[in-house]
Design a protein around this ligand. Structure first.
Ligand SMILES: NC(=O)c1ccc[n+]([C@@H]2O[C@H](COP(=O)([O-])OP(=O)(O)OC[C@H]3O[C@@H](n4cnc5c(N)ncnc54)[C@H](O)[C@@H]3O)[C@@H](O)[C@H]2O)c1
Ligand SMILES: O=C(O)C(=O)C[C@@H](O)[C@H](O)[C@H](O)COP(=O)(O)O
Length: 543
């Protein structure tokens, strides 16, 4: 039986001369994995070259050896990259084993080569026994016979045309390290997390759209330029829309400007939106997508940590009003989310750190593993520098993003419109949003939520739900990550009035999310004002 913990990470298949061995070897080097080529394994075992085995024992003997080697390696080559001989998948046993390998989660990579190129390489090569004699005719005949088998088995197809072996290996390495979180519900979609996933924009947008509105902010210009180039390459007419940065981009005036532009550009119902940037840009882009002609397709490309772990997923779209945060919006799910880790290279440290606030939130409400990871890595995470982030840190960040998006997905998959369970994702936000407003959005969202979580923990303690040590743990963990745990702005009455505009409030009654313990969120309805005041005092710091 093929088991995921001992099988190879990828198996490369394709025609003779496609470059499978080179692709496999270079990819293995990039991802620091072992590499095997089945022809080479057979030659080592037999002490003869493939041609010599063909000449001395015939093709069938070679195929039997090949099948044996492949079946063994599929069971026992943990995390390696395996390149197969071109004809291997044509054997029923190997074909079925590759199907089983796929079912176990393995990646079968079909390296496609243009027939003209394949033929010209075949003519030049003199060591392939099956191509002896009329090499070009033999190659074409094999190609016709094998092509559909390769296509049927492939989970990843790479075309060698117009690219270098190095670039192909890079693409494969990216694809193999990508993580996918599936969000289910009425309109299911995937969140893809990995270096280079922006390359999947076309796949996610689909072929229906003719025009694409690319909504982004100026600080992420470099990433939007890349996305625009990919969209144009894929044949879309791209309308580039640079909106004001951060919360200044989440206003009705900005929405109005975009709607008018879409009208001028002739956007129809089959056209699409791409939101690229931090959470503010993706919130506005989603809002536009949900309102234009009552809803068109959109894909989010988050570029900040916070947008990757939270804002881009779940379909809460919206804008702010002078009176408060996110007061206008909709629940409208994206067609997909592409969290490209390469975007983090340009992310300033303080914006990375604020994103850790929402990561910690997911830990507090659901996933103790996130909390442990944050505790262990606090120092390196707090000093994250995208430019210098080594591979180790990159993997940690990818893990944290994946885990946090899992937490989000678990909530929004069953309660898209926030009738109960989803409200837990709002931990720390009732006060957090009030702080953002009172501070005229000079405080970053994640920092405000961090203080909001300490407030919620204090409130839980005061109302008899939580022990002091868990409240202390909030302060200690959040501050170790570089997040704020106190706030001296505003006054209680101002804060109370703003908290009444929170979307969890019903009538005159406030509703908070608090914890009964780590990973045990619950609702607290209509707490006494005295308790709120005491919790408010507890987040003030003597200066
Ligand atoms: N819809 C939701 O479910 C949800 C969830 C959480 C937060 N939010 C919203 O998200 C917003 C906060 O998101 P945010 O923290 O990303 O803030 P943001 O969107 O204001 O981005 C912060 C800053 O970082 C810049 N930036 C983003 N990516 C960058 C990159 N790769 N390189 C350089 N600069 C980059 C932005 O342009 C901006 O200047 C808030 O409006 C919040 O309400 C929404
Ligand atoms: O997705 C959710 O649900 C959340 O509450 C996630 C929050 O982290 C996020 O800040 C959200 O935008 C808050 O929404 P709001 O309804 O409180 O405005």
């Amino acid at each position: 039986m093929i088991e995921s913990n001992s099988m190879p990470k990828a198996v490369v298949i394709g025609m003779p001369g496609a470059g499978k061995t080179r692709l496999g070897r270079e990819t293995a080097t990039l991802i620091k994995a072992p590499f095997r080529d089945t022809d080479q394994c057979i030659e080592e075992e037999a002490g003869q070259s493939v041609s010599e085995i063909f000449d001395a024992q015939g093709e069938q003997a070679f195929r039997d050896m090949e099948t044996g080697v492949i079946l063994d390696l599929l069971k026992d080559f943990s995390g390696g990259i395996l390149s197969l001989g071109g004809g291997a998948p044509m054997s029923t046993e190997v074909f079925q084993a590759l199907q089983e390998y796929r079912r176990a989660g393995g990646a079968v990579v079909y390296l496609q080569i243009d027939p003209e190129e394949g033929v010209s390489r075949a003519v030049r090569s003199d060591h392939r026994p099956l191509l002896r004699g009329a090499a070009s005719e033999r190659w074409m005949a094999l190609y016709r016979e094998r092509r559909s088998v390769y296509q049927e088995l492939a989970t990843i197809t790479l075309k060698s045309r117009n690219t270098t072996p190095r670039a192909l290996a890079r693409r494969l390495a990216d694809a193999l390290t990508e993580r996918v979180v599936h969000v289910s519900g009425p309109d299911p979609y995937d969140v893809r997390i990995g270096a280079g996933v922006t390359g999947r924009l076309h796949e996610m947008l689909g072929d229906q759209a003719m025009r694409v509105a690319l909504i982004h902010t100026q600080p992420v210009q470099r990433h939007s330029d890349h996305a625009r180039a990919l969209l144009r390459q894929a044949g879309y007419q791209v309308v580039d829309l640079t909106i004001p940065d951060a919360e200044a981009g989440k206003t009705i005036q900005v929405s109005q400007g975009i709607w008018e532009r879409l009208a001028t550009e002739g956007f129809t119902r089959s056209d699409a939106v791409v939101g690229l940037g931090g959470g503010a840009a993706t919130d506005q882009a989603g809002f536009i997508a949900s309102t234009w002609m009552r809803g068109i397709r959109y894909v989010n490309c988050p570029t900040s940590l916070l947008a990757m772990v939270d804002a881009s997923t779940g379909g809460k779209t919206g804008i702010n009003l002078e009176q408060g945060k996110n007061l206008v919006g909709s629940f409208y799910t994206p067609a997909g989310v592409l969290a490209d880790l390469r975007a983090l290279r340009t992310l300033p440290n303080e914006i990375f750190v604020e994103g850790l606030g929402e990561v910690a939130k997911s830990g507090f409400i659901m996933d103790g593993g996130i909390l442990r990871e944050l505790e262990e890595r606090a120092e390196s995470l707090r000093s994250f520098d995208g430019q210098e982030s080594d591979q180790w840190l990159g993997t940690v960040v990818q893990d944290l993003i994946e885990r946090t998006v899992e937490v989000k997905a678990r909530h929004v998959s069953v309660d898209l419109k926030e009738s109960g369970l989803r409200e837990f994702l709002n931990y720390g936000h009732t006060l957090g949003h009030a702080i953002e407003k009172i501070e005229h959005f000079t405080w970053r969202h994640g920092q405000a939520v961090s203080v909001g979580m300490v407030f919620a923990a204090e409130l839980a303690r005061i109302t008899g739900h939580l022990d002091q040590d868990v409240v202390d743990y909030h302060r200690q963990l959040l501050s170790s990550l570089g997040l704020r745990t106190w706030w001296n702005g505003g006054d209680f009455d101002q804060v109370l009035a703003l908290m009444h505009r929170d979307k969890k409030a019903r009538g005159n009654k406030l509703r908070f999310i608090i914890l009964d313990g780590l990973g045990e969120p619950t609702h607290l309805d209509d707490p006494p004002v005295s308790a709120l005041k005491e919790a408010f005092q507890a987040i003030r710091k003597e200066e």
